[in-house]
Design a protein around this ligand. Structure first.
Ligand SMILES: [Zn+2]
Length: 288
């Protein structure tokens, strides 16, 4: 039995305002991507109290909350106000990312507003949901400039170009993400869902050169890869570029943390993967 790590950060969770949880049906019609994923009642939405209870049960110190990649900037703003308010209620436990549509001309102003309210990054951006393209990087310049000016990272939903189809998979495949990185090599990126497999291509030197500022999160791992993904990704990109993230409530935090710890991840790198890297990238140390 190995010792538990001192601090665990779940870098990828999702939370919705009560008005959306209770009036889910009307929001299904207001946003295509939301409609596609949440038409199924088995996709649950949780309250801040549920998240805190789940963290307590799992032994997770801090969670980073994402909202939803709304296409409508008005819905993004509502969601940002909600996450700011939740963060204010649980400042030691819950950090949050601002959601904007990268094509919104007022997006930079919204990002700055959210940063003032305590957002530690922007995301989880989703090209398919929000109607933009990672391989059209010029259209994303305003977003990148706003994040660079505030020195905050961007969390990107990524898609595997191969494997099974599933609701919400999308088309943000490694080749498209690389076009974005080519254009904006200096921006700090967190590539969700193991970057759609991008770590494997880091065996190619020209790819590794573009991904130097990319961190990978493990969100939804259980649905995508065997548990060997942790030690193998660690070998490919190093333990400093992986953050533990569950995609809660999609994955159960307690079960997924146990699974992660029981993977053959090298024990000396736990502190990095399970919390230290998220603290560094999202600047959480000293309180979320
Ligand atoms: Zn995602």
């Amino acid at each position: 039995m190995r010792n538990p790590p001192p601090r665990v950060v779940d870098a990828h969770t999702h939370l919705f305002p009560a008005e959306i949880v209770t009036d889910r049906t009307s929001f299904l019609a207001r946003d295509g991507w939301f409609g596609e994923l949440y038409a199924s009642p088995s996709n649950v939405m949780v309250t801040p109290e549920d998240l805190i209870a789940s963290m307590d049960a799992a032994g997770i110190d801090v969670s980073v909350m994402c909202g939803w990649p709304w296409r409508d900037p008005g819905l993004c703003r509502i969601h940002n106000d909600f996450l700011a308010e939740v963060h204010a209620r649980f400042p030691e436990r819950l950090a949050w990312l601002a959601i904007v549509n990268p094509l919104d001309p007022a997006g930079a102003t919204e990002i700055a507003r959210c940063a003032r309210l305590g957002a530690v990054g922007v995301g989880e951006l989703n090209a398919d949901a929000q109607g933009f393209a990672w391989n059209d990087p010029a259209s994303l310049g305003n977003l990148v400039d706003a994040c660079a000016a505030l020195d905050i990272p961007i969390l990107i939903h990524c898609s595997e170009p191969v494997g099974h189809a599933y609701p919400g998979k999308g088309t943000a495949t490694p080749d498209r993400i690389l076009r974005f990185l080519e254009a904006w090599p200096d921006i700090q990126v967190v590539a969700a869902h193991w970057g759609g497999g991008l770590p494997f291509y880091e065996m190619m030197p020209e790819v590794a050169q573009l991904t130097a500022n990319v961190i990978y999160d493990s969100a939804a791992s259980t649905y995508l890869y065997t548990r060997d993904i942790f030690p193998i990704a660690e070998r490919l990109v190093g333990s400093r570029r992986i953050v533990f993230g569950s995609d809660y409530p999609l994955l159960n935090q307690k079960r997924f943390l146990k699974r992660t710890i029981s993977s053959s991840l090298v024990e000396s790198t736990w502190n990095d993967v399970l919390g230290g890297n998220a603290d560094r990238v999202f600047k959480l140390a000293g309180g979320a």
